[in-house]
Design a protein around this ligand. Structure first.
Ligand code: PEP
Length: 254
């Protein structure tokens, strides 16, 4: 673990699993206490939040929402507010996932307002950033990260202790094309350096940077030893409790 940053494994279940499957997953996780040396958070889809929060109550594993509306209440059909997430037992929220940017047209300005809403409600944000395959091929990776990061920092006061940033190259999400440890480290080091400049060196040193994109039990170990990789945001592999446990353990061994 670098600079005292405790590793974090986050499970993004996306639009998967039903209540019975979610309960079985949580029972498996609870049967094998996974949090020694690493933190773990589960992000179920909204209808599963109550089930998962109840199934994990009293454990060290926390629960978060996959999204939230930038406003606190109102006529927003299909959306969920920060207060509702907290009420359902959430302590975290994923903000700006590339699938929301793609499916719902979320831009940097909206992501920044959502971050502010999360902070207002005491939710710990996992802000997702990352370039597309075309942007990487065009040599624009750092420019994209800089744009997304600086836009996100305009609305909400960033807090190194409770914020988390996930570097999620879009070309690696759900594709099996995991970033090499060198590619992940290069992007994370860039983000930490920019955080130092845009916020402060102390904040940059304390904030956890996760990698996300086709993380599996068999590639987690080589990624987590990179000095600026502090854990993972895991999609596909997080649907299998055994695989997610193996990833938590890889984090804990760092
Ligand atoms: C994600 O959804 O954030 C993700 C990284 O997915 P996957 O692990 O399936 O690539």
């Amino acid at each position: 673990m670098s600079d005292g940053r405790r590793p974090l494994a986050a499970a993004n279940w996306k639009m998967h699993l039903l209540r019975g499957e979610a309960r079985a997953f949580c029972e498996q996780l609870r049967a094998a206490p996974p949090t020694v040396g690493a933190d773990a958070v589960i992000f179920p889809s909204h209808p599963l939040l109550g089930t998962v929060a109840e199934a994990l109550a009293g454990s060290e594993i926390e629960v978060g929402g996959q999204d939230l509306h930038p406003e606190d209440t109102g006529a927003h059909t299909g959306d969920v507010s920060g207060a509702q997430l907290v009420d359902a037992g959430c302590r975290w929220a994923i903000i700006g996932h590339s699938e929301r940017r793609r499916d719902h047209g979320e831009d940097d300005a909206l992501v920044s307002r959502k971050l502010a809403a999360a902070v207002r409600h005491g939710l710990r944000p996992i802000l997702c950033l990352g370039e597309t395959r075309d942007e990487r091929r065009a040599g624009e990776t750092f420019a994209v990260l800089e744009r997304q990061l600086s836009a996100a920092l305009t609305t909400a006061p960033v807090d190194g202790a409770s914020w988390v940033i996930a570097y999620e190259p879009v070309w690696a999400i759900g594709t099996g094309d995991v970033a090499t440890p060198e590619q992940a480290q290069e992007a994370h080091a860039f983000l930490r350096e920019r955080l130092a400049a845009l916020a402060s060196p102390a904040l940059a040193a304390s904030l956890r940077l996760l990698y996300g994109g086709s993380v599996k039990p068999d590639n987690a170990a080589e990624l987590i030893v990179q000095p600026d990789v502090d854990g993972f945001l895991v999609g596909g592999a997080s649907l299998d409790a055994g695989k997610f446990l193996a990833i938590i353990h890889a984090c804990a061994r760092r």
